[in-house]
Design a protein around this ligand. Structure first.
Ligand code: SF4
Length: 396
């Protein structure tokens, strides 16, 4: 069994007086009852469905999550169904949502729930924290919303609301600030309907106490807001300085053969871990097409001939500015395995639909098919260069 992690800041003194608690807890709950958005996961008591919504919502907007949540639940309606599904099916069901480590952790956690808890999600934040993918936020959210435990949560919305209400200083990520916020959330959640209270805090941050132009005149807890009283609403919390996204260039092998293309499954760790792609290697911005082809040949363990290039595909990820360079290649020796990938497969476009693939790779595949690489009436590859064999094949 994994080691258990702490779920609250018990070492810190309770930072909220009974009067302030009463001035925030009740009014926020009443406001929530009148104003909450009608979201599908708020109509269910199924802990698994609630857990799934919390995982999907971690990096993705509500409006995007709704159809994914409904489809995923229809495909994997219970923890047991999810646990027994092949990982490929789970990743395929996640296709388009991004941050695929969430899907892999969800799958592993479902398997542990079956093995260790008989298929029933444990009901306390402390136990939930022992499962893969459960951090303090997710454990608190599921324990409070699905099981009514007085477990705190702090996400970006809650942090903003509490920073303003209690004038909490410090930059996001600062340890003292985080400890203070968790201590405040722990104190405030005590009382009636802890799950609804946590959702009220988040909802209030998302719709009223917004990052820009908060609607203070409509705020149910304005009288107790220190930032409002002091005119510091625009200062709290201070904006986090974001690093510029790193530029990343990948060369992709577009290798058509008899109505199929070659696909590779990446190693589990790292960017797009465990997902399928047109076989890719990292290159530099100024890497020549010939050199990129050679690197692909080395990675695939098969000599390649460069036949032409297609338009590159650009994709902006949260931390990366991605450019996918599409190299149309061919070769006499068609590989079926490679040490660099978990698996290689020659698939028709229809077969490829069932593969778990990132949105970026899906866009690249769409571009390839749009160019008529597998035949049809789409435009041909942009240019044709003199064929030349790759100089070497790795390990051969
Ligand atoms: Fe947020 Fe304004 Fe309400 Fe304070 S008064 S909690 S800043 S919305």
């Amino acid at each position: 069994m994994s080691p258990r992690k702490r779920t609250d800041s018990a070492a810190l003194p309770a930072p909220v007086s009974p009067e302030r608690h009463a001035a925030i807890h009740g009014p926020l709950l009443s406001w929530y009852d009148r104003n909450k958005r009608d979201l599908p996961w708020r109509r269910t008591r199924d802990p698994y469905a609630i857990w799934l919504s919390e995982v999907m919502l971690q990096q993705t907007q509500v409006s995007t999550v709704i159809p994914y949540w409904e489809r995923f639940l229809a495909r994997f309606p219970t923890v047991k169904a999810l646990a027994s599904a092949p990982l490929d099916d789970v990743l395929s069901g996640w296709k388009g949502l991004g941050y695929y480590s969430r899907a892999r952790n969800l799958h592993r956690a479902a398997q542990e729930v079956v093995e260790r808890f008989g298929g029933k999600l444990p009901s306390t934040a402390e136990e939930l924290l022992t499962l893969p993918g459960f951090g303090r936020y997710t454990a608190g959210a599921v324990a409070s919303i699905a099981f009514g435990e007085e477990a705190p949560i702090v996400d970006g919305n809650v942090a903003r609301v509490l920073s303003r209400l209690f004038e909490v200083e410090g930059l996001p990520g600062d340890r003292d600030r985080e400890a203070t916020l968790w201590a405040l959330a722990s104190a405030l959640v005590k009382g009636q309907r802890p799950g609804d209270f946590n959702q009220a805090l988040m909802e209030h941050g998302a719709t009223v106490c917004r990052p820009e132009s908060p609607l203070c005149l409509l705020c149910p807890v304005r009288d107790g807001c220190i930032a409002f009283k002091k005119g510091r609403v625009d200062e709290l919390p201070p904006a986090k300085v974001r690093a510029a996204p790193r530029k990343l260039f990948l060369a992709l092998a577009v290798w058509p053969h008899a109505g199929t293309l070659l696909f590779a499954r990446r190693a589990d760790k790292g960017l797009f871990g465990g997902l399928w792609e047109l076989p890719a290697v990292e290159v530099e911005e100024d890497t020549s097409e010939a050199e990129a082809t050679e690197r692909l040949a080395t990675t695939l363990g098969a000599p390649l001939t460069l036949e032409g290039t297609l338009d590159s595909v650009r994709r902006q990820l949260t931390h990366r500015d991605l450019t996918l360079r599409l190299l149309r290649v061919t070769g006499d020796k068609r590989p079926t395995k490679s040490a660099a990938f978990q698996d290689l497969r020659w698939c028709t476009p229809q077969e490829a639909e069932a593969l778990g693939m990132s949105t970026a790779m899906q866009r690249a595949l769409d571009a390839v098919l749009g160019h008529g690489v597998l035949g049809g009436d789409a435009a041909p590859a942009k240019k044709k260069t003199a064929s030349r064999p790759a100089r070497k094949a790795a390990g051969r």
